[in-house]
Design a protein around this ligand. Structure first.
Ligand code: CMC
Length: 436
């Protein structure tokens, strides 16, 4: 954080003394005004619901330029990482700040791949859930339960504990997601295999059975790996901020990540891919491409409560770069599976075309986000719709843990404790029941 040769002065029309506040510059992106002493100096808070203008922390992990449609992990453009690296390279980068060299890469891959098994007790924990429970409900429970199993990595203030927890979480998430899926469909759990890649192993745990050998399809393996890379981190989004806020109390890391899983579930965040596919299926049932115009009218009608899911973003006011990469993967996967004429893909492209030309979307700078195409890819791979957000959680775990660890190592970090503008009743006395 660099102090710049600039100061902000806040003055008041009622004659209260004005205050000067320092301004800091990041390496790229907007400068920030340091308002930490504002309350002490003025007795006032700032008001910023939804954090539209508030930087809650300093971070060196991920940078988004929403106007350009640019996403950088540790300075590297997402397009280059998605084409030149795999997910575990990306995890190493997010956690350590640099891409691994050959030896570091081999060691890291081995470390993660060798920790994919979960404590056998987890199976019994799973049995407490109804078979038709939403996988995100199950995952929130399972991830939280990890804190009860791994007592040597629960002290957030110990760097070695944080390192071990990071590896455990990245390694075990695919196993937990696959277990949640297998439990739901009543099939036996598949133990991980260390001779497969991270994504290949996940595909086998999901779709293999003990009855026969499972052969990993390299196109689907690559597609899944790309989904993981594209979802690995996204700076201070709702779930990451949740993890930071939760972890700021010093709680154990597995519990903080479970809070992130819970937040991600919502349809405005990680649940958008599920909501998007449900939306496409709904339009398809009502007549498909011919009904697109009618559907768009509903989206534009503020009273309808209908949104075009997979469109719009708090930060991107341009094409989400992940959506472009996902569209490319969509083409590859559908071609591999002979589904080039998939009606939902056609429908999605038609919706995108209309939206990109429509004044409603253009004037509000609404573009497709990553979730617009990720659902179609996942569905083609065979992943059930209600597990889409679970896949997102699996991939985002590295981002959450990298951000959590960054926060704990930051000397400026404090427990998160927002303030409020109170609009409720002033002090009053409880009346006896008879006179209320
Ligand atoms: N369909 C129709 N109108 C929309 C949409 C949409 N998908 N998104 C935003 N708008 C309108 C919104 O109604 C508002 O209109 P007006 O100015 O007339 O009131 C305007 O565009 C600005 O939107 P906003 O709600 O103020 O923007 P926000 O930054 O608070 O919300 C968002 C961002 C992602 C919650 C929202 O765009 C949305 O709900 N999109 C659909 C859900 C979705 O795809 N979410 C996935 C986000 S990407 C994955 C992730 O990183 O988690």
């Amino acid at each position: 954080m660099k102090l710049v040769d600039n100061k902000a002065t806040l003055s008041f029309s009622n004659g209260s003394p004005s205050v000067e506040m320092p301004v800091y510059a990041g390496s790229i992106g907007p400068d920030v005004i340091d308002i930490r002493k504002l309350y002490a100096q003025t007795g006032m808070f700032t008001y910023d619901p939804g954090f539209l203008s508030t930087a809650s922390c300093q971070s060196a992990i991920t940078y988004i330029d929403g106007d350009k449609g640019e996403l950088l992990y540790r300075g590297y453009p997402i397009e280059q990482l998605a084409t030149n690296c795999d997910y575990l390279d990306t995890c190493y980068l997010l956690l350590n700040g640099e891409l691994p060299n050959d030896k570091e890469r081999g060691d890291f891959h081995k470390l993660v791949i060798n920790h994919t098994m979960v404590n056998e007790q987890m199976q019994f924990f799973l049995r407490g859930f109804r078979r038709d429970a939403h996988p995100m409900a199950v995952l929130t429970g399972l991830v939280g339960a990890l804190s009860a199993f791994y007592h040597d990595s629960t002290d957030i203030n110990n760097p070695e504990h944080r390192r071990i927890a990071a590896i455990r979480l990245i390694a075990k998430m695919p196993t937990l997601v696959a277990m949640a899926y297998k439990y739901g469909i009543g099939q036996p759990y598949m133990y991980p295999r260390n001779d497969l890649s991270y994504s290949g192993n996940f595909l086998r745990m999901m779709f293999g059975t003990p009855c026969e050998e499972y052969k990993v399809n390299p196109v689907l393996e690559k597609a899944l790996d790309r989904i993981f890379i594209l979802h690995a981190d996204h700076e201070q989004n709702a779930s990451t901020s949740t993890v930071r806020l939760c972890g700021s109390s010093g709680t154990n890391p597995f519990a903080a990540i479970a809070a992130g899983v819970a937040c991600l579930w919502g349809p405005a965040h990680g649940g958008a891919n599920e909501a998007c596919l449900n939306m496409l299926e709904d339009i398809q049932r009502q007549g498909g491409v011919s009904k697109v115009g009618e559907f768009m009218e509903k989206v534009k009608d503020k009273n309808s409560g209908v949104k075009l899911m997979g469109f719009g973003h708090r930060v991107y006011k341009n094409y989400d770069p992940r959506a472009k990469l996902m569209q490319e993967t969509c083409n590859e996967v559908l071609a591999e599976l002979g589904l080039e004429n998939d009606p939902l893909f056609k429908l999605a492209k038609e919706l995108e075309k209309i939206a990109l030309e429509d004044e409603y979307f253009v004037s509000r700078k609404l573009y497709p986000n990553v979730d617009f195409y990720s659902g179609i890819v996942q569905r083609a791979i065979g992943i059930p719709v209600n597990l889409f957000t679970g896949i997102f959680a699996l991939a985002r775990t590295v981002g959450w843990i990298a951000q959590l660890n960054e926060m704990i190592s930051d000397p400026e970090y404090k427990i998160g404790r927002p303030r409020q503008l109170f609009t409720g009743s002033e002090r009053r006395d409880v009346k006896p029941l008879a006179s209320r």
